[in-house]
Design a protein around this ligand. Structure first.
Ligand code: DGL
Length: 272
């Protein structure tokens, strides 16, 4: 049955687990295949055509090996580079992308000042330009390309994560809820929610952090429902695949989702 096939989810690495966490909460009767392309991470500072190529290859692999019924691109950089091509090539496959949560941030900010942290690839994309243009006049957005931050989170390098979070938030303006202060921080890369505690610690409780997991999960539910593809009997089971270290993915899944330990894992999986 089509409905019982898994949902494919991919990212350059562990960042997409922040989306998978929301998907499992919203859709506990679905099953998932998570592909971490850690062997080619990070995507954010690579050429767009490289990220496009990886995204297309991963989609084909998930379709051929796992017969996925929908694909969630749990990566802002890959969405910007490849969502249009994936939809054009796989016209019958629901493809869900993610984008930095500028619209929710514009609605949430009281001071009108929002900082957007994302990868260089996301911020320099045409897709992001169009998003920003669509919100002109609704808030003041400061854009911060955070080179190295996704890689530090991927490596679980606590000292470097803190150092980079500090560096990228210092000097872009004052944070707080005063008239000219930045009161909203968009975590525009799916890795960054895993540095949420560090940002909260650095910026204080007045600054609200905005991420995309929950809205993306709700959108996925609506899309599946509309196509009569909701699974009545899955169990939020996840099959793990990676082009990088299986141990690292296991550890991240255990840490961030409370999963791991003995679940299926295919470290040498395609696409290599
Ligand atoms: N997690 C990805 C994103 O949302 C990519 C991070 C990276 O590999 O640079 O953009």
């Amino acid at each position: 049955m089509d409905r019982e096939r898994p949902i494919g989810v991919f990212d350059s690495g562990v960042g997409g687990l922040s989306i998978l966490r929301a998907l499992r909460a919203e859709l506990p009767q679905e099953n998932f295949v998570y592909f971490s392309d850690a062997g080619h991470a990070p995507y954010g500072e690579k050429r767009e055509d490289f990220v496009t190529g990886r995204s297309l290859a991963i989609a084909v692999d998930l379709l051929e090996q796992h017969r996925i019924k929908a694909l969630v691109i749990a990566c802002n950089t890959a969405t910007a580079a490849a969502v249009h091509l994936l939809r054009a090539r796989h016209t019958h496959l629901p493809v869900i992308g993610v984008e930095p949560a500028l619209k929710p941030a514009a609605a949430l900010t009281r001071t009108g000042h929002v900082a957007v942290l994302a990868t260089r690839g996301t911020l320099s994309s045409g897709k992001f330009d169009a998003l920003l243009a669509s919100l002109r006049g609704q808030a003041d957005f400061v854009l911060v390309p955070c080179d190295g931050l996704a890689a530090a989170i991927e490596d679980d390098d606590t000292a470097r994560i803190r150092d980079l979070c500090e560096r990228y938030t210092a000097g872009i303006g004052r944070f707080g809820n005063g008239p000219d202060e930045i009161d909203t921080l968009v975590l525009g890369c799916t890795h960054y929610p895993f540095a949420g505690d560090v940002f909260r610690d650095l910026l204080g409780p007045q600054v609200q952090l905005v991420e995309t997991g929950a809205p993306v999960a709700r959108h996925t539910r609506r899309l599946l429902q509309a196509q009569d593809l909701l699974n009545p009997q899955g169990s939020a089971h996840v099959q793990w695949q990676t082009s990088g270290s299986a141990q690292a993915l296991h550890a991240a899944a255990a840490r961030w989702l409370g999963l791991g330990g003995g679940r299926s894992m295919d470290p040498g999986s395609r696409p290599g």
